[in-house]
Ligand binder design. Sequence first.
Ligand code: MF3
Ligand code: CO
Ligand code: CO
Length: 294
Amino acid sequence: MNQPERGVKVGRNDLCPCGSGKKYKRCCQGVADVPRPKPHPQKPKIRLKSPLDVAGIRRAGRLVIDTLDLVESRLAPGITTDAINTWVHEYTLQHKGTPAPLGYRGYPKSVCTSVNEVICHGIPGPRVLQEGDIVNIDVTTILDGYYADANKTFFIGTPGPEARKIVAVAGQSLKEGMDMVRPGNTVGDIGWAIQKYAEGQGCSVVRDFVGHGVGFDFHEPPQIPHFGQRGQGVQLVPGMVFTIEPMINLGGHELIILEDQWTAVTRDRSLSAQFEQTILVTPEGWESLTPYPL
Ligand code: MF3
Ligand code: CO
Ligand code: CO
């Protein structure tokens, strides 16, 4: 499948877009149709990324992480979630990016801000953050046509024991999932590791939202459930790029969608936390294209 290079010019000394790992000038330069990597061997709808694509997603990912760092430096009791939206929107545009959420399936804002019992897709508004709250900031940025997606859950002021617990378990859940990523393992291995860890801590894993392929578009195949069975689902192969983004609840996994048709809250109103990174499958294992320590 040929796919336009989305505004990224291939230089003679750049990595060849065919995925060979060689320089363009030593590989496909002069070939009429610039080749693409082969599709996924089991699921041809999964579009593998070439080294040039990966470089583009990594640049978008750098902007996502810088945006999360900017938000973190300004978070404090008394600020509204609308203020966070303004920071993200303006910072993204200043760096020549586009906030992917704005207008996505009718979503009205440039970032998701999910407070306390909100699992995900909280819409920024007049809500004022209070001492002791937790807030997840989910940033997806398009840069030169490439998408990167990451989120973190932050404390407002000093957290109580429940906030501390759910944020720690959610962070470690992402790490447990990432550590399963290597060629030959499957999507099911990722979900299995997350579920085993999180439920072992007495928490629950949200079923209704999953990780996803990302890079050329906001949400691509495959889906990455954060629960499952070892060895089930599609095999991981080098060049796959997807998010892992476990949503972990202190109580039950069930959720309710509010009247706005977006905001997902825990049915029992228990705290929920989430961490997300965009992950590349490499020959050796994985690389985060939106790296931050866990
Ligand atoms: N960033 C979310 C994800 O991780 C999706 C948000 S969709 C939006 O997949 F429309 F709410 F922005
Ligand atoms: Co995502
Ligand atoms: Co996201």
